[in-house]
Each structure stands twice: as C-alpha cells, then as structure tokens.
Design a protein around this ligand. Structure first.
Ligand code: ATP
Ligand code: MG
Length: 273
C-alpha cells in the first residue's frame, strides 16, 4: 500500500494554454494546497477542464508552467507522472467490450515495472478500489452496459486504484443520484484524511463544493477570479460576478458552510395578504 509519505505540491504559474491558436487559459496562477481538498467552480466553457488537462499534461502550455514538487511536469517521465498524479476526465471513453474489473486494473499500469508483472499489491489495490466505490458487485459486467452512474463510479474506482498522491477529478459526481454524489464526495474525503491524498475536483454544485472543499477556486473566462476559504468565496457578490446570478447565501445549518440559494425570475416568495 502506498500511503502518501508526503503531500505532493502542485503549482500553476502564469499558465496560458488552449487549442489551436486560441488561448483559453490566460495567465492563470494557482497553488493547490497540498494534502487538502480543492474544488474548482465556474460557468460552462470558462476553462475548468482545460485547466485540469494542462495540469495533467494532456495539453501543452503556451506560456507559464505546471510544477509538481517544484519540477515542471513537462520534464517528468510519463510513468513517474502517472504514479504521482491521477486524472478522471470529464467524459472518459472506455475501450469497447472491456469489463469493469479490467478497466479498474488499468489504473495499475503506471505501477508495473518493465520486468515485474502483476503483483499481489495490484490485486489488492483493484479489490479495494472496487469495494470502496461499491462496484465489486458489477466487476464482471461490461462497462458499455452499465448505467451512467454505475459507469461513473467505475471510473472513480480506476482513479483510486492508481493510488496517486494527487487526484484531479473533472465533475466526478455527474450522472450520480444525490446519495451517490454524497457517497463519492465522502469517499474522496476519507481518502484525503486517511492517506493525505491531495484532491482537486471540478464541481458544478456550488453548495457541495463549499461543503466538501477546504479551498474553493472560482474561475471566470480562463482566469482565477477568486479563491480561498468557502465562506470567503461563495458570497452573493461573487456568485453575481462569476455566474451573473442573483442569490442569497446563508449558513448551512448542518455543516456551518455557506449555502447558496439562487433567485430566479420566479423565485421570490409572494408577500402575504
Ligand atoms: N478540444 C478542443 N478543441 C477546441 N476547443 C476546445 C476544446 N476543448 C474545449 N474547447 C473550448 O475551450 C473552452 C473551455 O472549455 P472547457 O472544456 O475547459 O470548459 P469548462 O469550464 O470545463 O466547461 P464545462 O463546465 O461545460 O465543462 C470552450 O470554449 C470550449 O469550446
Ligand atoms: Mg468541463
């Protein structure tokens, strides 16, 4: 078992990156707090997935850099990077005809040496990931034939099996019903507490983001708009600036964290009488 001996640091500085000629990220700076849970929020198309791709080397920066423990990720061997940093992309595509157990086993590839084959540690990591995500009961099923929520939990299992110090997850709760959303966020919190795994996740649900994150990052138009403690970031003025939405922010009576109530055009209580 590879308990995190230390918390890996991940720092993004002056990062500009995008697709073709277009820069989506525009000089973005972000220091991910090591050993903590960071949630990234922001409007559709503001560049959240692009940031996660740049942080995991799926796209090259045009300017600036991404530093893992002080070293540019672009100079690290891929296998070493994959042992330290795991990514669950927004819409992952499974190879056709693959079973759940086989897909989750792929999370172990970075751990296989050139000459050493599959080991007991690999078996244990896969079994643990299946149990943790409650996908052990569907281990022999084909991934293609699962429901959206089951499939999402299988991908999370694969990311867990990779046992990295740092885990980047792009909307890990998509397709999940509310109890499975909470279960996934609880299990990521367990992982963070038990192993010191640094978690960075993109979430659309601002209230779940504020509840589970130690550090909340709000992006707008390819830049970091504001970041900090959830109570400093999830405010009525920031919701207005980032999402163009009027809201009330109150204190969640169960967690003490901020709770945002959107005010739509039809959302106001009619005056009595
Ligand atoms: N492969 C690509 N090629 C060209 N443009 C892309 C590509 N992927 C994303 N973009 C563009 O980059 C911008 C940012 O996309 P990105 O996926 O980072 O947004 P996001 O914040 O993750 O949005 P969402 O909340 O909808 O997932 C968008 O304008 C999008 O159209
Ligand atoms: Mg996205």
């Amino acid at each position: 078992m590879s308990a995190a001996a230390h918390s890996t640091s991940l720092v993004v500085s002056g990062l500009s990156a995008g697709y073709g000629e277009t820069d989506i990220l525009q000089g973005l700076d972000l220091t991910v707090p090591p050993g903590r849970i960071t949630a990234i929020v922001g409007a559709n198309a503001c560049g959240k997935s692009t940031l996660l791709r740049a942080m995991s080397r799926l796209i090259q920066p045009r300017r600036g850099q991404v530093l893992l423990d002080g070293k540019s990720i672009h100079h690290l061997p891929s296998r070493q990077l994959a042992r330290q940093l795991g990514l669950l992309p927004q819409s992952p595509i499974a190879p056709e005809g693959i079973t759940v157990a086989d897909l989750v086993s792929r999370g172990r590839h970075p751990h296989q040496g050139l000459f050493s084959g599959w080991t007991r540690a690999d078996d244990e990591a896969v079994a643990e990931a299946l149990v943790t995500t409650a996908t052990d009961g569907i281990a022999t099923r084909l991934v293609d034939e699962l429901s959206g929520g089951q499939r999402q939990r299988v991908w999370i299992a694969m990311a867990l099996a990779q046992q990295t110090d740092l885990l980047l997850l792009d909307e890990p709760t998509t397709f999940l019903d509310i109890s499975h959303q909470i279960e996934v966020l609880d299990l990521l919190t367990d992982l963070n507490r038990a192993r010191g795994t640094t978690i960075v996740m993109v979430l659309h649900d601002l209230n779940l983001a504020a509840r589970y994150a130690d550090y909340l990052v709000a992006m707008a138009a390819g830049r970091l708009h504001v970041s900090g403690k959830p109570e400093d970031v999830l405010t009525e003025s920031n919701v207005r600036e980032v999402f163009g939405l009027e809201s009330r922010v109150i204190t969640d009576p169960t967690s003490g964290r901020p709770l945002m109530l959107p005010i739509g055009r039809h959302g106001m209580v009619e005056a009595a009488g």
